[in-house]
Design a protein around this ligand. Structure first.
Ligand code: GAP
Length: 516
């Protein structure tokens, strides 16, 4: 299936089954803003729980906070966002469509990378087990020529970004003959910088009101609370502060569903360390975070690190964890070694001393910071894109049937157990509700009695419910039910008293935490 089609199917499925809706849809929607429905918000909460527990519950030296979205305007001067939180934009004069100049160039490079991957896949098919990918890439002339092309573009691109040379960015687009995907024309405006922060007014009378910003990242709420948390929690370096919360960016190009939104959620953790030790911690957090992702069971091939070519002025190391989305490999999480930049800036702009006295070295210093920053919505999209499966199943008598199943890791599934009376009579609904009322304190259950049992199974498959139990006449006689597994579709007869234990054992978030 074409990659574009998969994304379209995921979008349609998300709407049909209550995961994600376009914001204000009855008013024709608001671009790049989405609402999470009844199953979407459960899944989102489970992802948050997995992240939060992996940070705060499992680490004695990491604590969590919840800071306000509105912050003093000087915060954003100190952090550099007022001066430099911008993207280079370019308009196509014919289609009047606006693009990020850097993204146009990156997408061009990604297309060449895809060509290389196609060559590799073709050769792998041809040579089978004897295929040596590394050797092939080093020797195949077409691959080498394409790699050279990418390197040449990258060198120019990185240099233009480093020098903030907007004219050169335009020149690269022209030289590569990049055309507007809508009009097909190469008639571009100059490249301009565009600040991504949303501005609003604080105060009731507009003349007296102060301009403030909706935070574009949650991290600054952590930095400005560093002293509060360190002192009130008597935290000793190394220690971390974690936070989950909304962030807002006026993205120029907001496409690809929940991948790039104007209102989104971040899960960020700032880890404060002794200066000079940051590279060890950077390495450790890289390993820890990739393990966290891989515990979810997607193929190893779906993840890769992308080390930054161009480091932000405050960073001395940076990498992205990329996931193979339906639109290709893209960033889901950033891990940055941010030096002492943020705390030093806040120290300077606030005039408050932000230092740590280290009893082991008898020295005071501004701590260095390793940041792990993951977009909750992007994480959601990795789960959905990995889970969405279309299957043809063989029924009795050789009949074939299609099913769409969301193979969401059972630990994150929005609903863990569906309780289904076989018929709406013979006291089966009453018995099913009795089981529901007993289990609902421990397990997120759903009760459904409408439609045939086959249709109800399909519906639960589409939501990603890992287990269904069916209450039938035998249940009334011997207190047993059939337990159906979403992925294998196998059914087994078990005593009602066993349901809780089995479902909790398979769906507890602790399973994931123990793998990490
Ligand atoms: N504090 C560091 C920071 O904010 P970032 O790379 O700009 O770094 C971190 O953002 C993560 O937030 C990204 O890896 C991505 O998952 C998510 N993110 C950023 N912009 C987003 C957007 N417009 N929509 C959805 N997620 C976004």
């Amino acid at each position: 299936m074409a990659q574009d089609d998969i994304l379209k199917k995921i979008i349609a499925h998300s709407k049909e089954y209550g995961f994600i809706f376009q914001s204000s849809e009855i008013y024709d929607g608001l671009s790049a803003v989405y609402d999470y429905g009844q199953h979407g918000s459960e899944l989102k909460n489970n992802i948050k729980r997995y992240w939060w527990d992996s940070m705060v519950k499992l680490n004695e030296n990491i604590v969590g906070i919840d800071s306000a979205i509105f912050m003093h305007p000087t915060v954003w001067k100190a952090s550099g966002h007022v001066g430099a939180f911008s993207d280079p934009l370019i308009d196509n004069k014919d289609s009047k469509k606006r693009y990020r100049a850097d993204v146009l160039i990156e997408e061009y490079m990604a297309k060449i990378e895809n060509k290389i991957q196609k060559e590799v896949d073709k050769a792998e098919k041809k040579f089978g087990d004897t295929f040596d990918e590394e050797q092939f890439k080093k020797t195949n002339p077409r691959v080498l020529a394409n790699q050279e092309k990418i390197e040449a573009i990258r060198t120019r691109f990185v240099s233009a970004l480093e020098k903030d040379d907007l004219a050169e960015l335009k020149k690269i687009i022209e030289d590569l003959e990049i055309a507007c995907p809508v009009s097909g024309s190469k008639n571009w405006t100059d490249v301009r910088q565009f600040n991504l922060m949303f501005e609003t007014k604080l105060g009731s009378v507009s003349e007296d009101a102060n301009s403030i910003y909706l935070r574009p990242e949650t991290a600054q709420g952590i930095f400005v609370n560093y002293l509060n948390v360190q002192k009130s929690g008597r935290m000793k370096i190394p220690f971390g502060i974690a936070q989950i919360g909304k962030a807002f960016r006026n993205e120029i190009v907001a496409r690809q569903f929940i991948f790039r939104m104007r209102e989104f959620e971040q899960m960020e953790m700032q880890f404060f360390v002794r200066p000079g030790e940051e590279m060890e911690w950077f390495k450790l957090w890289k390993e820890t975070r990739i393990k966290w992702h891989k515990a979810l069971g997607a193929s190893e091939k779906k993840y890769r690190f992308h080390d930054h070519d161009k480091l932000a002025h405050y960073a001395n190391a940076a990498t992205d964890i990329e996931f193979d989305f339906p639109m290709g490999f893209k960033e889901v999480e950033g891990i940055h070694s941010r030096t002492d930049f943020d705390l030093s800036q806040h120290q300077e702009f606030s005039g408050k001393k932000i230092q740590y006295f280290d009893p082991e070295t008898n020295q005071s210093y501004v701590p260095y910071v390793i940041e792990t920053s993951i977009g909750l919505d992007r994480m959601f999209l990795t789960i959905l894109s990995n889970a969405y499966t279309e299957e043809v199943i063989e029924k009795e008598g050789g009949k074939k049937e299609e099913r769409v199943v969301l193979k969401i890791p059972a630990e994150l599934a929005p609903v863990k157990l569906a309780i289904l009376p076989l018929l709406r009579k013979d006291a089966l609904p009453e018995k099913a509700r009795e089981i529901l009322n007993d289990l609902k304190y421990d397990v997120n259950c759903i009760y459904e009695e409408k439609d045939s049992i086959g249709k109800r199974y399909r519906r639960q498959d589409a939501i990603g419910t890992p287990y269904c139990i069916t209450v039938d006449h035998q249940t009334i006689e011997d207190n047993t039910v059939t337990l159906r597994n979403r992925d294998t579709m196998e059914q087994e007869r078990i005593p009602v008293e066993k349901v809780r234990e089995i479902v909790i054992a398979k769906t507890s978030i602790n399973n994931l935490l123990k793998k990490g």
